[in-house]
Write a new protein. Structure first.
Length: 440
């Protein structure tokens, strides 16, 4: 039973941390959505999101007053950074009746279904987890007390909306429901959790368009950004001794849910923000699943400080007044790295004159959209070299996209690693697990 419990804990850890998103410099090229039009009274930003949007761990282990209602704006969280960049007034007092022009409706474990109830959007589903309150979940009376004006602000004022919701419905809330009344995580728990997750995924696919339709109908001119989901597992091994990259199994759900967000963004004329490569604390510390990660999934499964900064850059780049046009160039934000040792494209070592660094961004001028694999040896502040491997995809509309599939601090081990084989395993896992959800 002890071994079974450990395996079940692994399953729980892999899934529960899904629900879990600084730069404080003002981006002068970002459109000023916060400026209120005196004639219409319109102008402002509202953010809906879970603990990632809330900023859990954005300042490292110093979580501060993260869960206190009277400190609803966490410094360096992406809503706070975006609000400042677009010219909004940032108000820290959540109980203040004066929303000004910035409202972050972002809670730990926040579900799409809870947001729908708060906004009064009929979805034939009531979020009883939020109603009763479990752990970090917030009670509806408190949520309604502080954010009862969110619907009016969304409809009548907001010119910018960011939405980072959904995976709590697919993972966190279903698991919490499956745990109710159970003293141990047995086989029945696994069965209930998977059934609840399948139900949550169907809700996600059905309800998200209802929220987007509501916004489109009531505030057709708003700029809406759909925040994607990050690869919390990356290529995390089982442990230091067992290097099987089980993190890629978690990647399957991320890829599946993100595919819907991309589809909806195109359908509604909204913006999709890809944060797949955002770094977690576990990845930054080259951590395996068994050990410290299991001891504190909530912290290690959330983004690192640099990971949050990366998300902010991704969002602000999309909100620039004059966004850059798509090219065949390969441009990759390297997260926390600003220096590289070497770069390889499809196994060919590039000359230093063939690429350049612009802050955190690596740029490779490229006139042929055929590249498939990028390997970058990046240099940390301590001089330590990390080898990151990305798989590349190309589209005529968006140009190149790069997805991190491997990043290990041991350079010699990375050199021996068959990166394409790992990618193949990950791809098969995505196909297999996505197929499971599609059949539900």
């Amino acid at each position: 039973m002890k071994k079974l419990s450990k395996l079940l804990a692994l399953l729980l850890a892999a899934v529960i941390c899904f629900s879990c998103l600084g730069v404080s410099a003002f981006a002068s090229s970002v459109k000023q959505y916060g400026k209120v039009d005196e004639a219409t009274g319109r102008g402002g930003y509202i953010a809906f999101g879970d603990s990632v949007a809330r900023g859990y761990g954005v300042n490292g282990r110093d979580l501060g007053n993260y869960n206190l209602y009277n400190n609803r704006v966490i410094p360096n969280s992406y809503p706070a950074v975006v609000a400042e960049a677009v010219g909004c007034t940032v108000v820290n007092d959540a109980s203040s009746p004066a929303f000004n022009n910035f409202v972050p409706v972002c809670f730990s474990g926040m579900t799409l279904s809870a947001a729908m109830d708060l906004l009064g959007i009929e979805d034939d589903y009531y979020d009883e987890v939020y109603d009763h309150g479990h752990g970090d979940f917030l009670l509806y009376p408190l949520m309604e007390k502080y954010y009862s004006g969110a619907r009016d602000f969304l409809v009548n004022n907001a010119t910018l909306v960011t939405i980072g919701l959904g995976l709590s419905d697919v993972a966190y809330a279903p698991i919490r429901r499956a745990m109710e009344g159970r003293e141990e995580l047995d086989a029945d728990f696994v069965k209930a959790a998977l059934e609840n997750m399948a139900e949550g995924l169907e809700y996600y696919k059905r309800a998200y368009p209802l929220l987007l339709s509501f916004i489109k109908e009531n505030n057709p001119d708003a700029t809406v950004v759909l925040i994607g989901n990050y690869n919390v597992g990356g290529d995390m091994p089982v442990s230091d001794d067992i290097l099987l990259p089980v993190g890629h199994l978690v990647t399957a759900m991320v890829a599946y849910t993100n595919s819907y967000l991309k589809q909806w963004a195109e359908e509604y004329g909204y913006i999709y923000c890809d944060i797949t490569n955002a770094e977690t604390v576990a990845a930054q510390n080259d951590m395996g699943v068994i050990g410290e990660f299991l001891d504190d999934v909530g912290y290690y499964g959330h983004l690192s400080v640099e990971g949050y900064a990366y998300v902010c850059r991704q969002i602000l780049e999309l909100l620039e007044e004059e966004p850059s046009e798509a090219t065949n160039d390969i441009a990759v934000d390297l997260g926390r790295f600003t220096s590289v040792s070497y770069v390889m494209l499809d196994g060919i070592l590039l000359d230093k004159s063939d690429y350049s660094m612009d802050g955190y961004k690596l740029v490779i001028p490229n006139d042929r959209p055929t590249a498939k694999l990028l390997t970058v040896a990046v240099i940390g502040e301590n001089g330590k070299v990390t080898v990151n491997t990305y798989t590349l995809s190309y589209s005529c509309e968006a140009g190149y996209s790069a997805y991190l599939i491997s990043g290990i601090d041991d350079v010699s081990a990375t050199a021996k690693k068959a990166s394409m084989a790992v990618y193949s395993v990950a791809k098969k896992a995505v196909t297999a697990i996505s197929g499971f959800f599609k059949t539900k």
